[in-house]
Design a protein around this ligand. Structure first.
Ligand code: ATP
Ligand code: ATP
Ligand code: MG
Ligand code: MG
Lengths: 257, 257
């Protein structure tokens, strides 16, 4: 059975897309069959795999609004990693879903209809920076929540709001939902603030915080402009190496539970 | 008459809050009477002025959902700068507004009812990272749009989606809406990517891009944890000095038009 993991944080710019793309690629490198769902209307995950704007129709919007035939995930330049891109209509999905039947369950129902359980080992859903219906759909479809936490003051502040929302979803819409963990991103050892935030997060959230820390590394932010995950753009970079370690820890932790 | 400026960009983490707070403070230092509206449920602008969670009721949510008496803006430690904080219920406003009458005009109507035109010279509205009803309300209430653009690849990508939305709002809901300008944020001269993005933005958007560039400066990201704008936290820092220059250019440009 595929594990469905929602990569979520309503704080903007914390590394949700970067983590979805590069953790996904590292898991594929470790032999897992991976599907990425781009459920952010910005479509940054789709861009990260070099998917041209003209190739994005029949994506997540088509799955959520279930129009006619089911969309097919696309293969990418990464072996064993496919993606359901964010179609341009996804920006309108939020308002359209409000009046739809089972509006919170559209992604869960869609993934079931796609029959993804046999085809993939891990499904990562990249969420927009907001606790809206698109994110709600991901939380209802997911088995686990994975939270990138930027080593900045504001990022820590938003976490309790996020965890309260996860609790509410678990209580009302998805009893099986668990928190996989929290990964510290854009850690800059030259900057005191990074250490303070990391220490605070570990003190508060304890074992939920991954040992692996993703450093701020310019090669990571360059990679999307080349349409490639950082593992393909610059394998030896500190960022790529950190995501390989993150994948190892992700797999180790899931064996432990 | 007060100028109402929406600080908008659906890309997350690009410096919307930081720009609202620090441009606002610098404008107040230049003798303008400033009101900041925190219309992001994360409440980061409210935090940046040290407003405790217990002091945030009767804020933007109360203004939008017009319940009983009108909320009063609060004074801050910055002379001539007041803020309408983000109340905790603001997270629910999005869904509640969908079924309200004149749902896109609630902020415009609310600001008129508050009688802000005589009390302030500039009103800055900090928006959430999404083109949702809260942001739409800001675009309908605003005279001008001010766009922080992070010097990163993804940030440039989202800009055309934002400008299309502004055009649509102008055509249908707010004929007077104009684009004040675009300010480059978190510019890091050690990083090629910053130069590439800056060059691209200037080539494409020409005079809309401010001459003043906000450098990446750790003092800027430390200031909110002390509940102060960076001008009060570390006046001589490169970040604070850049925001003072930005305010000068902001005022100069408005005289020119
Ligand atoms: N480890 C890193 N080192 C350097 N830059 C990074 C790193 N991780 C992410 N970035 C850059 O920081 C910016 C924000 O990251 P990203 O877009 O992945 O965040 P996000 O949470 O998905 O944003 P949004 O909230 O808009 O969806 C991007 O420009 C990205 O390239
Ligand atoms: N010039 C700067 N130098 C260093 N750090 C900065 C600078 N500007 C902003 N930051 C930091 O970058 C992060 C993102 O900035 P900010 O929160 O203002 O962006 P935002 O667009 O308001 O985010 P959101 O989309 O979540 O509302 C914050 O942690 C902030 O402190
Ligand atoms: Mg993203
Ligand atoms: Mg903000």
């Amino acid at each position: 059975r595929a594990r469905i993991v929602a990569v979520v944080n309503q704080k903007g710019g914390v590394g949700k897309t970067t983590t979805t793309v590069n953790l996904g690629t590292a898991l594929a490198a470790a032999g897992r069959r991976v599907l990425i769902i781009d459920s952010d209307p910005q479509g940054n995950a789709s861009t990260s795999f070099g998917i041209d704007y003209t190739q994005r129709s029949d994506g997540t919007y088509a799955l959520l609004l279930a129009q006619g035939t089911l969309p097919r995930p696309r293969t990418t330049m990464v072996p064993d990693l496919s993606i359901l891109p964010a179609d341009s209509e996804l920006a309108g999905a939020e308002i359209e879903l409000v009046t739809e039947n089972r509006r919170e369950f559209r992604l869960r129902d869609g993934l079931q209809a796609l029959g993804v359980n046999d085809a993939y080992d891990v499904i990562l859903v990249d969420c927009p920076p907001s606790l809206n219906l698109l994110t709600l759909n991901s939380l209802v479809a997911a088995d686990e929540v994975f939270v990138p936490l930027q080593c900045e003051f504001f990022a820590l502040e938003g976490l309790s709001q996020l965890l309260r929302t996860v609790d509410r979803v678990k209580a009302r819409l998805n009893q099986g939902l668990t928190i996989n963990g929290i990964v510290l991103t854009m850690y800059d050892r030259r900057n005191n603030l990074s250490d303070l935030v990391a220490a605070d997060a570990r003190a508060f959230f304890k074992h939920l915080v991954y040992d692996t820390v993703i450093p701020r590394n310019v090669r990571v932010s360059e990679a999307p402009s080349h349409g490639k995950p950082v593992l393909l753009y610059d394998y030896r970079s500190p960022g790529a190496q950190a995501y390989l370690k993150l994948a190892q820890e992700f797999l180790k932790r899931s064996r432990a539970t």
